[in-house]
Each structure stands twice: as structure tokens, then as C-alpha cells.
Design a protein around this ligand. Structure first.
Ligand SMILES: [Zn+2]
Ligand SMILES: [Zn+2]
Length: 180
């Protein structure tokens, strides 16, 4: 099975314990290896100067060009991400594609009170959610499923880090065949 590569593409240095937690959760959720991808390249051409945020769609295209040839790639950044219709996003992925990205920029609120473990857990949930999209999973209404839509941090904190049974089954279904 092709691995999931997790690539720190932020500006500051990564927090190794946080990244290790992300890889653990991904490996558990998708039943395959989640490995660090360590290349010095960093995204360019993603900054919107007026918004002072980075376009997540452009970041996905950059990940496809610059990242590993095989498997899935999750870019993790500390830069704030947006898509044109929203103020910000925690992350974005190509549905059924190869690349996903998520950001720690909006996940740190309250962390100084509770500790870095909270940031790791939030980031891991967002990582599993976005990589779930890359494996073709849509949003899910099962309570606590990690594929649930989360509006804001409270939504992230309320859901679990796990795929529900329905999502897990979908993950293992072969792609739908066309009936002539
Ligand atoms: Zn989503
Ligand atoms: Zn689900």
C-alpha cells in the first residue's frame, strides 16, 4: 500500500511531537504507513498580498509538483490558509486526489492554557479529515465522525479523531463501476 507522506512546509521549525501525533493518527485511520517527507522546498506564489493569507488551492497544486511521486501527500503549514469564498480554512484537499494541506494557524487558541497536546490533537483531526477527502470520503453527518464539517474550533474539539463505521466501509469499497 502506498504511504501517506507528511511534509512540514511551514516557516518556523516544526514541533516534532505534534508531527509525530499527526502521523500516528493518519496511520491508524487509513491502515497504512504515514512517513515524514523531508525536503527543503517551501511553497511560493501562494501569498495573497491583500489578504495576507495563503491560497490553499495554489498550495495543493504546488504540493503535487514538488512532493513525492507516489502515495498521498499532506502538507502541514503554520501559514494562514484561505479559499476565496471563506475568511479562512483549516485545510483543503483534492477529493479523491493525491494532495491535502492543513494549517496550525487557527488551531492554537486556548493552547497556552491546556498545553501543546491540544494543538496536536486538533491538527491530527484536521489531518485525518483532509486526507480522508483525498481518499474520496465526503463530509459525514454521523455524530463525532472526523469527516464531519467543523465550523470553527469548537466543532473541531467536539468531534473525535476517528472515522465512523460508514466512512471506514466506504474507504474499503472499490471505486463504483459503471453499469452499461
Ligand atoms: Zn472537509
Ligand atoms: Zn463518517
Amino acid at each position: 500500500m502506498e504511504p501517506i507522506f507528511v511534509w512540514w512546509i511551514g516557516e518556523r521549525a516544526p514541533e516534532e511531537a505534534v508531527m509525530a501525533q499527526v502521523r500516528r493518527r493518519l496511520a491508524d485511520a487509513f491502515g497504512r504507513q504515514a512517513l515524514p517527507w523531508e525536503a527543503p522546498a517551501r511553497p511560493h506564489g501562494t501569498l495573497d498580498p491583500a489578504r495576507r493569507q495563503h491560497a490553499s488551492g495554489t498550495m495543493l497544486r504546488w504540493l503535487l509538483e514538488a512532493g513525492p511521486a507516489e502515495g498521498k501527500v499532506l502538507g502541514v503549514t503554520d501559514q494562514d490558509l484561505f479559499i476565496p469564498i471563506l475568511t479562512y480554512v483549516f485545510g483543503e484537499a483534492q477529493l479523491g486526489g493525491k494532495a491535502a494541506v492543513c494549517s496550525t494557524a487557527r488551531l492554537a487558541e486556548g493552547v497556552e492554557l491546556v498545553g501543546r497536546g491540544l494543538l496536536a490533537e486538533r491538527l491530527a483531526k484536521e489531518a485525518v479529515h483532509e486526507v480522508g477527502h483525498a481518499f474520496g470520503l465526503h463530509h459525514c453527518d454521523t455524530p463525532a465522525c472526523v469527516m464531519g464539517r467543523s465550523a470553527g474550533l469548537r466543532g473541531v474539539d467536539e468531534k473525535s479523531h476517528l472515522l465512523c463505521n460508514v466512512c471506514r466501509q466506504r474507504l474499503h469499497q472499490p471505486p463504483a463501476r459503471r453499469v452499461p
